[in-house]
Ligand binder design. Structure first.
Ligand SMILES: [Zn+2]
Ligand SMILES: [Zn+2]
Length: 419
């Protein structure tokens, strides 16, 4: 036991050194992300080269660890993810991997390390040297889930003790003003720091500044705003029954004088609003701007539809105050389109036919159907004129008085005819 703890301390001391077990040379790794932020974990901002041996990739994103993959996939086991083989450094399918968990070598973002190997021989050799147990991906992912809360807590305490303080100091001293709200992920934010801060080439410093800006400044500005939607603790969404205060980022509200109704997303608010739209003015609807967390008017907002960002109720209409923000978000998150309040209500009818071939074809098809049916009706129309002439002959023979033929009501004609 004593030996083990000494070894652990020794290992952790070693890892203070720049060269950790996970680290590799950049040219030996495979990196799947694009752009400036390709070497950073989109979930935590950490350097992927430094923690390469625990990297996982999924849907074009590369995470530093199974912990971050778990957080990004919200505990739903991903299919088709890959992991770096700790021996060969190749990205291998997680389904084919043997994970050695709980060995003495430190893990990434966890106290319970998890290293993957394609070859069972490699996994066994690693296990022999460092201990631990060999499992498949499913079990490793489940273990990451069990470890998650505890790991997250330890990470938070560590950050609060050191990282945020040094990050704040560095930021105030060396960087020009940066608004963290503008960036979609901590990785994107970290990627611009080199150009905005002086003398921070070292990854540790970059990570400290990014962590401080992302966790403290960004959330702090959101919290400081008194113009955000304040949700009472007992407010439930009338559509789905969930407590809204748990999802402040998604809060939407309808303010009817004293009475305020809260929703855990725009989608549910519109579900409630649409059948009542004649009674409720659109100016009474408010949503939360996705970037700033501010309360904004729904009838002035831009909504991104069909993106890969989900709210508490799954697919969401994601609101933005600025059209630029909405378009940028749509591009980055594969949104289908950006809608305004009116077009959202009328499902895009007022957007014209510009841009979408599908819509043009649909319009053409409708036009053809309409004109064909019009022609049919025209050719088969009832010849009132002819009948009225006959009617005249008939009625005048019998001595009835018939009014002029210019009347238009069919009912009236039938009435005349019946006489
Ligand atoms: Zn990460
Ligand atoms: Zn709801």
């Amino acid at each position: 036991m004593l030996m083990r703890s000494i070894l652990l301390i020794a290992v952790s001391l070693c890892s203070l050194d720049a060269k950790m077990f996970q680290s590799i040379k950049k040219e030996n790794g495979t990196f799947v992300q694009k752009g400036e932020s390709r070497y950073y974990c989109p979930n935590c901002g950490m350097n992927l080269i430094k923690f390469y041996k625990t990297n996982h990739t999924y849907k074009g994103q590369q995470y530093c660890s199974l912990h971050c993959l778990y957080e990004a996939t919200k505990g739903v086991m991903p299919r088709g993810a890959k992991v770096s083989d700790a021996k060969t450094l190749k990205l291998i399918k997680t389904e084919d991997a043997y994970y050695v968990i709980g060995g003495e070598i430190r893990g990434t973002m966890t106290r319970n390390s998890k290293y993957a190997f394609k070859d069972i021989g490699d996994a066994k050799a690693f296990q022999k040297k460092y201990g631990g147990k060999i499992v498949n991906f499913e079990q490793a992912y489940a273990t990451a889930g069990e470890d998650f809360k505890k790991d997250k807590k330890i990470i938070r305490i560590k950050k609060e003790k050191k990282l945020y303080k040094s990050g704040k100091k560095l930021y105030k001293k060396r960087c020009s003003d940066i608004s963290a709200n503008k960036y979609l992920s901590i990785a994107d934010l970290k990627a611009i720091l080199k150009s905005r801060c002086k003398n921070v080439k070292n990854d540790k410093k970059l990570q400290a500044i990014a962590g401080y800006l992302w966790d403290i400044e960004r959330k702090g500005t959101v919290l400081k705003e008194n113009d955000k939607i304040i949700v009472p603790h007992d407010a439930k969404c009338p559509i789905c029954g969930m407590f809204v205060h748990k999802y402040p980022k998604w809060a939407a509200t309808i303010e009817l004088g004293e009475k305020k109704i809260y929703f855990d997303g725009c989608k549910d608010m519109f579900k409630y609003y649409i059948p009542k739209k004649k009674e409720i003015a659109s100016s009474k609807l408010f949503v939360t701007d996705y970037f700033s967390g501010k309360k904004i008017k729904a009838n002035l907002a831009y909504f991104v539809m069909g993106s890969n960002v989900y709210g508490p109720m799954g697919n969401e209409l994601i609101p933005f105050k600025s059209e630029l923000d909405a378009n940028a978000f749509r591009k980055d998150h594969f949104g289908i389109k950006v809608l305004k309040f009116t077009s959202r209500r009328r499902q895009g009818c007022n957007e014209g036919f510009g841009g979408s071939l599908m819509k043009m074809l649909l319009a053409l098809f409708a036009f053809v159907v309409l004109s064909v049916s019009f022609m049919c009706c025209w050719s088969m129309r009832y010849d009132y004129k002819k009948r009225d002439v006959n009617l005249l002959k008939l009625t005048s023979k019998r001595g009835y008085i018939v009014p002029s033929f210019t009347f238009k009501s069919k009912a009236y004609r039938e009435f005349v005819y019946a006489k």
